[in-house]
Design a protein around this ligand. Structure first.
Ligand SMILES: N[C@@H](CCC(=O)N[C@@H](CS)C(=O)NCC(=O)O)C(=O)O
Length: 208
């Protein structure tokens, strides 16, 4: 199998995919995209991701964009590493559920909160209200130590990364189960390796 090519810029959401890549043992070839220099709006990159955003991945002629989708894709492409439950495993439902919950509910809630956006109608806001999201996160973390109980999966990388960002930016308070979960996830060697790589490339690109 050809190596996936991962289009990466440090200090962005692409760090989530870099973390995933490190968990898998560095399975991707890295292509640096310098947001400061506008590489992401070049005609060549826009063919890969018309959004002009990182991260992106190209593998076997297929373009994959969206951080969570890329993490899920890599977990399946390297299924021998055990980051995704098998297709016939009932855990697959919870795996998909929380993998999609991160970008479709937690992130919009977080961005609305940080941007001071008030949704008048929780019924039509995909995430409902902040307290609904916090209650759901509490349910998600009730089995522990991972989303799937004893089994670590790519959903934890996506969720661990997002909750870590949410705490860093002040969108979610660091306390209780969320604090324990984020501390546990960010103590992983692959997280430290990602941070090291991100810092190295950030210094190289002058985006500290
Ligand atoms: N939903 C996308 C969001 C990607 C995204 O917004 N990336 C930002 C960096 S964190 C970006 O590339 N921004 C450049 C731009 O929009 O010009 C994902 O999760 O991958």
């Amino acid at each position: 199998m050809a190596k996936p090519v991962f289009y990466y810029c440090p200090r962005t959401r692409a760090d989530t995919v870099m973390w995933m890549n490190e968990e898998l043992g560095g399975v991707c070839d890295i292509k640096l995209i310098n947001l400061k220099a506008g590489d992401h709006k070049s005609p060549d990159f826009l063919k890969i991701n018309p959004m002009g955003k990182v991260p992106a991945l190209v593998h076997d002629g297929v373009n994959v964009t969206e951080s969570a989708a890329i993490c899920a894709y890599l977990a399946d492409a390297f299924s021998d590493k055990g980051f995704a439950p098998a297709l016939n495993d009932p855990q697959r439902g919870a795996y998909y559920r929380w993998m999609f919950y991160a970008p479709s509910c937690i992130e919009p809630m977080m961005l609305d909160k940080l941007g001071g956006v008030k949704r008048e109608n929780a019924m039509s806001a995909g995430y409902g209200a902040e307290e609904d999201v916090l209650k759901s996160i509490d349910v998600m973390l009730s089995a522990g130590p991972y989303i799937l109980g004893d089994t670590l999966s790519a959903a934890d990388i996506v969720m661990g990364s997002l909750l870590n960002f949410a705490i860093m930016f002040g969108a979610i308070e660091k306390k209780g189960k969320i604090a324990d979960y984020v501390d546990h996830m960010t103590a992983r060697p692959a997280f430290a390796k990602m941070q090291e790589i991100s810092a190295k490339y950030a210094a190289e690109l002058g985006v500290e």
